[in-house]
Design a protein around this ligand. Structure first.
Ligand code: Z5A
Length: 213
C-alpha cells in the first residue's frame, strides 16, 4: 500500500478499553503489511509526555481550566508536528489513544470550556488536519470506571465525580452523531472478543478503502 498514511484515533470515557483495542488494531494492520505508529495523548513524544505528567498528577493546587486547555494543546502541537505528521507523510498509519475529540469532551463537556474557544485552538495547532477515522468505544460511565479502578491509584481526571464523565460521554456521542462518516461508535459493554471483532471488521473496511484510493 502506498500514498498517505491514515490517522485513526480511539476515544471514549475512562476504562472503556481504548488501550486494549489500540494494541489489537495495530496487530491487525501490521498483519496486512501496514507500517503502524502507536501513540497517545496527552503525550507521544518526550516533551509531550512531560506535559502529560504535569496534567495528570493529582495536586493540592486548583488547576485553572485555561491552563489545562493550553497544556493539552501545547502537548498536541509538539506531538502532531514532531511525530504524527512526519509519520503520515512517510505513508505510515498512526493509531492514537485520544486526540482533540477528548478536548471537546473533557475540557468542553467536563470543564465547561466553550466549543468556540476549543475550535480556535484546534485551528491554531492543527490547521484543517483532523483524524481520518474516530473509533468511539461507548459504555455507561460506571462500566468503564469499574474496569479502570481495578488498577488502583487514580489520576487527577479519574478523581472527578460521575456527573463529569456523564457530560463527557454525552459530548462524544453528540459529535459522533453529527459526523457519521468519520466516527464509528462501538458498544464497549460487550465482552472483549466481541469488541475486538467489531474493531477488526471496521479496520478491514478502512484498509480496503485505502487500497482503492
Ligand atoms: N484528556 C483530556 O482531558 N483532554 C484531552 O484532550 C486528552 C486527554 C487528550 C489521560 O487519558 C487523561 O487525559 C484522560 C482524559 C484526559 N483522563 N481520564 N479519565 P488516558 O487515555 O491515558 O486515561 P484513561 O482514559 O483513563 O484510559 P484508561 O483508563 O487506560 O482506559 P482505556 O484505555 O479505555 O481502557 P483499557 O486500559 O484498555 O482497559 C481497562 C481495563 O478493562 C483493562 O483491565 C482491560 O483488560 C479491561 N477491558 C477492556 N475492554 C474490556 C471488555 N470489553 N470487557 C471487559 N474488560 C475489558
Amino acid at each position: 500500500m502506498s500514498g498517505r498514511g491514515r490517522f485513526i484515533t480511539f476515544e471514549g470515557t475512562e476504562g472503556v478499553g481504548k488501550s486494549t483495542q489500540l494494541q489489537q488494531a495495530a496487530a491487525t494492520l501490521r498483519s496486512a503489511g501496514i507500517v503502524v505508529v502507536v501513540t497517545r495523548e496527552p503525550g507521544g513524544t518526550p516533551m509531550a509526555e512531560a506535559i502529560r505528567e504535569l496534567l495528570l498528577a493529582p495536586r493540592a493546587e486548583a488547576v485553572n481550566e485555561t491552563t489545562e486547555l493550553l497544556l493539552m494543546f501545547a502537548a498536541r502541537a509538539q506531538h502532531l508536528h514532531t511525530l504524527i505528521l512526519p509519520a503520515l507523510a512517510a505513508g505510515q498509519w498512526v493509531l492514537c489513544d485520544r486526540f482533540t475529540d477528548a478536548t471537546f469532551a473533557y475540557q468542553g463537556g467536563g470543564r465547561g470550556v466553550s466549543t468556540d474557544r476549543i475550535e480556535q485552538l484546534e485551528t491554531l495547532v492543527q490547521g484543517d488536519m483532523r483524524p481520518d477515522h474516530v473509533i468511539l468505544l461507548d459504555a455507561p460511565v460506571e462500566v468503564g470506571m469499574a474496569r479502570a479502578r481495578k488498577r488502583g491509584e487514580l489520576d487527577r481526571f479519574e478523581q472527578e465525580a460521575i456527573a463529569f464523565f456523564e457530560r463527557i460521554r454525552a459530548v462524544y456521542l453528540d459529535r459522533a452523531s453529527k459526523s457519521p462518516a468519520q466516527y464509528r461508535v462501538i458498544n464497549a459493554v460487550q465482552p472483549l472478543d466481541s469488541v475486538t471483532e467489531q474493531v477488526t471488521l471496521l479496520l478491514r473496511e478502512i484498509i480496503s478503502e485505502a487500497m482503492t484510493d
